[in-house]
Design a protein around this ligand. Sequence first.
Ligand code: PRP
Length: 182
Amino acid sequence: MGNEMMKDISSVLVPREEIEKEVKRIGAAISRDYAGKTPILISVLKGAFIFMADLVRNITVPCTLDFMSVSSYGKGTKTSGQVQIIKDLDTNIEGRDVIIVEDILDSGVTLSYLIRLLQARRPASLAVCALFDKPARHKVEIRLAYKGIEVPNEFIVGYGLDYAEKYRNLPDVCVLKPEIYE
Ligand code: PRP
């Protein structure tokens, strides 16, 4: 059966097999680096939910999870660069080894806000992991402890990434046809 959404796609940028390999690699690196510890993985809804689900199954040390929801800062509609918390963590992270799990590092605005916010809660350590990185769009510098795949400056969807909330369920990361968002 064909995928009905593929008619809106111009090309597959990162096929599922490549994503899987990368998630395994990052999971193994985290498992090595956190041996003997119990990190807490924090991801930001909604884009990172698929990566989070796959990543934790490739981590072999005990870990806990929590989710946050922050307001989208508007992607071109607002210029403030302000991010607001819609749903905060349920967990007290003081003294914990925290890993922020993001699907994509784009401008870095979301991550720089989160890092500042979570650092103020005095975790034992704080590391950032992003599966995709779009260097052409960086506005602030973010140090990634775990960095996945660099992607070009194209409108990509799939594996959690959306356009107007759709296409998150595509298993591959795909380039959206310009006529869909123009
Ligand atoms: C996306 C993505 C990151 C953020 C990265 O989320 O999931 O959280 O943008 O962009 P930045 O580096 O420019 O801050 P989005 O706001 O689209 O919400 P979503 O996760 O619900 O798709």
